[in-house]
Design a protein around this ligand. Structure first.
Ligand code: NAP
Length: 303
C-alpha cells in the first residue's frame, strides 16, 4: 500500500552540503589570495546590543575565518545617528580591500533601514538587498547578488539532485528576504530553476492547504512554528523548511528549542524528502555568505 505510515522521507542534509561548499570555497579563496596577495574581506556592521544579531555575526565571523577570509565587526552604539552610520558605510564603500558589507538588521527605530540598504555599494551588497541587485535578479541578467537564504535553498536542491525544472513549487511567505527573491530565482530559465512557482501568503486565508497540497516542492518561509501539517502536503512532495522559530521546551537546559515552520514529525511520513531544522537551510545561508563574499572579491580583483 502506498499510504503506509512507515514511509519516512529522506533527510536533505543541508549541514553536510554546506560543509562541502565551505571546503570548496576555502580552496578557491586560497588560490585567490595566492594570485592577488589579498584575502577576501567582509565587514559586519552591528548597531546596538541585539543578542540574536551578536550570535549571527559571531557564527558568520567564525565561518569566514575557517574559509581563510579576513573579517571585522564594527560595533556602533544604539544612539549612533543615521548620518554617522551612512558616513561609516561610505568609508567602507571606498575601501578597495573591503569586498563585502553586511549590516545586521533590525536597526534602531531612528535609522531608516531602507536608506542604509541603499547606501551600501551594490557590488559589496552580498545580502542582495540593494534595489539594484533586486532589479537585476528580477531581470536575471548581469552581475548581481541574490539574498543568501534563497540562494542557499536553490543550491541545496541542485546539489541534492532534486529536479526543479517543470515542477510546481509552492512557496509560503512573500518577504523581501526569502519568499520573493526565492520565487525570482526559481522561475529563471536556468540550471536548478525553471520551476512553475506559486507564492502564497496570508491572503490565501483558509485556502492555504489547497495551494500547498498542489506542490511538488513545498517551501515554508512563514516564521510560524509547525504551521505546515501533514494534511497540507501532497504524498511524495519535497518539503523545504526555511523557518527558524524558538519555542519553549522545559526539557532543554536553555528552556527553549529551535523548530521550523513544518510539523516535521508528521510531515516526514508524507514527504519524499525533507529538510530538518536545525541542520537544513540554516547552514546553507552561511555558506552563501561566504560564496558571495568571495565572488565580490573576485569581481573586484580578478579580470
Ligand atoms: P517574514 O518577513 O515575517 O515573512 C513571513 C511571510 O509568511 C509573510 O509573507 C506572511 O504573509 C507569511 N505568512 C505568515 N503566516 C502565514 C500563514 N498562516 N499563512 C500564509 N502565509 C503566512 O519572515 P521572513 O523574514 O521571510 O522569515 C520567514 C522564516 O524564515 C522565519 O522563521 C525566519 O526566522 C526564517 N529565516 C531563516 C533563515 C535561515 O537562514 N534558515 C534566514 C531568514 C529567515 P503576509 O505577507 O501576508 O504577512
Amino acid at each position: 500500500m502506498t499510504d503506509s505510515p512507515i514511509n519516512i522521507a529522506r533527510i536533505i542534509d543541508g549541514k553536510a552540503i554546506a560543509a562541502k561548499i565551505r571546503a570548496e570555497i576555502k580552496t578557491e579563496a586560497e588560490a585567490f589570495t595566492k594570485t592577488t596577495g589579498i584575502k577576501p574581506r567582509i565587514v559586519f556592521i552591528l548597531v546596538g546590543n541585539n543578542p540574536a544579531s551578536e550570535i549571527y555575526v559571531r557564527n558568520k565571523g567564525l565561518s569566514t575565518e575557517e574559509a581563510g577570509f579576513s573579517h571585522e565587526t564594527l560595533r556602533f552604539a544604539e544612539t549612533i545617528s543615521e548620518k554617522d552610520l551612512l558616513h561609516e558605510i561610505a568609508k567602507l564603500n571606498a575601501d578597495p580591500l573591503t569586498h563585502a558589507l553586511l549590516c545586521q538588521m533590525p536597526l534602531p527605530k531612528h535609522i531608516s533601514e531602507e536608506r542604509v540598504i541603499e547606501a551600501i555599494d551594490p557590488a559589496k551588497d552580498i545580502d542582495g538587498f540593494h534595489p539594484e541587485n533586486v532589479g537585476r535578479l528580477s531581470i536575471g541578467k548581469g552581475n548581481y547578488f541574490a539574498p543568501c537564504t534563497p540562494q542557499g535553498v536553490v543550491e541545496m536542491m541542485l546539489r541534492d539532485n532534486i529536479e526543479v525544472s517543470g515542477k510546481h513549487v509552492v512557496i509560503v511567505g512573500r518577504s523581501n528576504i526569502v519568499g520573493k527573491p526565492l520565487a525570482a530565482l526559481l522561475v529563471q530559465k536556468a540550471k536548478g530553476a525553471n520551476a512553475i512557482v506559486t507564492l502564497a501568503h496570508t491572503g490565501a486565508g483558509n485556502r492555504l492547504a489547497e495551494f500547498t497540497r498542489s506542490a511538488d516542492i513545498l517551501i515554508a518561509a512563514m516564521g510560524v512554528a509547525h504551521a505546515i501539517k501533514a494534511d497540507m502536503v501532497q504524498r511524495g512532495a519535497v518539503v523545504i523548511d526555511v523557518g527558524q522559530n524558538v519555542i519553549p521546551d522545559a526539557a532543554k537546559k536553555s528552556g527553549t528549542r529551535l523548530v521550523g515552520d513544518v510539523d516535521y514529525d508528521a510531515v516526514k511520513h508524507v514527504a519524499s524528502a525533507i529538510t530538518p531544522v536545525p541542520g537544513g537551510v540554516g547552514p546553507m545561508t552561511i555558506a552563501m555568505v561566504l560564496r558571495n563574499t568571495l565572488t565580490a572579491a573576485q569581481r573586484m580583483h580578478v579580470r
